[in-house]
Design a protein around this ligand. Structure first.
Ligand code: ZN
Length: 267
């Protein structure tokens, strides 16, 4: 049985470490060899292979993008999957190259959301055998969340509002679909396409909108959201997608989510 170190590692003192108080290092378990099979090692039992396209927010011929089943603490958490049952090291060159393109595209789409400062991209390979990359958005201004422990903070932060979450998913799906493929996440409201109705309906709510903007969650990526698509596609085209989606979003979201402004305010 290996010795368990008694002293805590330095990272427990990092500002980003989510816990405080008395901590102990767990006993280090003995290696298990050979390792047990991962979930979905057999393609016939693979959850990803069995999932239909409507379980995803965006699909194209070779890639699918999946969201969590409920709003997350972080502004966005997404999973990019290959359509084929492959793992990272199995990808043929064309899919490997496309993985790079899709990774960059999805990072830009998530970073285009208001209030997103950075997007972490993770792949461990330890869980499901079917290739999947995690994309986790760090909220703008939340310096405490930088680095190693972002995925832990996702479970600690209060979930974002369901309506904002759905709208963010729709925005990302629409962004990706500018390059082809099918956006499956839909905006949550009919009013999405009729912004001219909002001034009357939403007029009692501007204080809520201001509170949320002032929280620092929404104000950080204005430059990104306009600069990113221009850099990729040239002027015109895609820039209209985030702009159109953003305009109604402020009022639809805030008119129904006064409590979220509180929960997302900095401590
Ligand atoms: Zn599979």
């Amino acid at each position: 049985m290996p010795d368990t170190p008694r002293s805590l590692p330095d990272f427990t003192n990092w500002p980003s470490f989510p816990f405080e108080g008395d901590l102990r290092v767990k006993p280090i378990e003995a290696p298990v060899l050979p390792e047990p099979p991962r979930a979905g090692e057999d393609p016939n039992e693979c959850v990803a292979c069995a999932a239909s396209d409507d379980a995803y927010i965006y699909v194209n011929e070779r890639w699918r993008v999946r969201a969590m089943d409920r709003p997350t603490g972080l502004p966005m958490v997404l999973i990019l999957e290959s359509r084929s049952h492959l793992d990272l090291g199995d990808l043929p060159n064309m899919l490997a190259a496309e993985l790079g393109v899709m990774t960059v595209r999805l990072e830009r789409a998530i970073r285009s959301l208001d209030g997103v400062a950075q997007v972490h991209v993770n792949r461990s390979g330890d869980g499901s055998a079917h290739l999947h990359l995690w994309f986790l958005a760090r909220p703008a201004g939340r310096l405490q969340l930088r680095g190693t422990f972002l995925s832990l903070w996702d479970d600690i932060l209060p979930p974002i509002g369901a309506e904002q979450w759905h709208e963010n998913l729709a925005l990302i799906a629409a962004w990706l679909a500018e390059f082809g493929g099918t956006p499956l996440a839909q905006p949550p409201r009919i009013e999405w396409k009729a912004p001219s109705r909002f001034p009357t309906e939403a007029s009692p709510e501007p204080s809520s909108a201001a509170a949320e903007s002032g929280s620092g969650e929404r104000s950080g990526s204005e430059a990104d959201s306009t600069a990113a698509p221009a850099g990729v596609h040239g002027p015109g085209g895609v820039a209209a997608v985030p702009a159109q989606a953003t305009a109604p979003r402020v009022e639809t979201v805030d008119s129904t989510r006064p409590q979220q402004a509180t929960s997302s305010s900095p401590a």
